[in-house]
Design a protein around this ligand. Structure first.
Ligand code: GAR
Length: 209
């Protein structure tokens, strides 16, 4: 089982869904560490309650982005981490860190990429009047929210939706999608090859082949 670290900044509901999935003995990853850049992240308590090792590396305690990331990288090495999941981690990472973890770091984003990179995705989806919205898991590359796509899930946008109702519909899908995507990268079903995701035979037809 591959040793995975989850990086969070907040409530950690995606983190909790990954921890839950990894409890299954046939899951190809174990959650070995939860790391937050914010001491007050609610997800830290949640991870401790689940018996997972936690660590806070406060970005504010580091003079530069590079210092902060070096501290994270050292901690990840100390914990013998093979793979990183970003789960509501709200710091932009430098090219140095991203390249160090190339092909070994994935992120969940609350939109159907390449639409709505960045923040306030649900508000912007409503403003644009899209009728289908959703979430994406992708490999992390230096450009923000631009990495090769591993998995997506969709939800309808319905009349009367607000940012909150739409976010609530999307997060349900996030909690199902992220464990599936982590499984795929940890068992080799989806790999980063020459800047694209290579899927194992059989997967590209939704597993039906
Ligand atoms: C999730 O909706 C996640 O997709 C989003 O933040 C939320 C974190 O919730 N991530 C981003 O916007 C990344 N740019 P959680 O802490 O409950 O998982």
């Amino acid at each position: 089982r591959r040793r995975v670290a989850i990086l969070i900044s907040g409530r950690g509901s995606n983190m909790a869904s990954l921890i839950e999935a990894a409890r299954s003995p046939d899951f190809p990853a174990e959650i070995a560490l939860v790391l937050s850049n914010r001491p007050d992240a609610a997800g830290l308590e949640r991870a401790k309650e689940a018996g997972i090792a936690t660590l806070c590396i406060d970005h504010k305690a580091h003079p530069t982005r590079e210092d902060f990331e070096k501290a994270m990288d050292d901690a990840l090495k100390e914990h013998d981490i093979a793979f990183i999941c970003l789960a509501g981690f709200m710091r932009v990472l430098t090219d140095w860190f991203v390249e160090r973890w190339a092909g070994r770091m994935i992120n969940i984003h609350p939109s159907l990429l390449p639409l709505f990179r960045g923040t306030h995705t649900h508000r912007r989806a409503l403003e644009e009047g899209v009728l289908v919205h959703g979430c994406t898991v992708h490999f992390v590359v230096p450009e923000l929210d631009a990495g090769p796509i591993i998995a997506q899930a969709t939800v309808p946008v319905v009349p009367g939706d607000t940012e909150d109702t739409l976010a609530a519909r999307v997060i349900v899908q996030e909690h199902m999608l992220y464990p599936q995507a982590l499984r795929m990268v940890c068992d080799g079903t989806a790999r980063l090859e020459n800047g694209k995701v290579a899927f194992s035979r059989g997967w590209d037809a939704g597993g039906a082949l």
